[in-house]
Design a protein around this ligand. Structure first.
Ligand code: SF4
Length: 61
């Protein structure tokens, strides 16, 4: 299981609110682009899924 960012759901026009809720700093956002996840750090806690109002973080089975 891994967490992915669905770029079709991310409007890419604001600071990603999930960046600051990630407990291990695994979410990287360059400018207002869709964030990317550092899989070496991600512990699959799913907080980013809860916090993103656009539902852009998804679970890939
Ligand atoms: S699932 Fe948790 S650890 Fe992984 S990117 Fe999202 S908030 Fe960070």
């Amino acid at each position: 299981m891994k967490i992915i960012v669905n770029k079709d759901k991310c409007p890419q026009n604001h600071p990603c609110p999930s960046v600051r809720v990630c407990p291990v700093d695994a979410i990287i956002q360059e400018g207002y682009k869709a964030p990317i996840i550092d899989y070496d750090k991600c512990i699959q806690c799913k907080k980013c899924i809860t916090y993103c109002p656009m539902g852009a973080f998804e679970i890939e089975q």
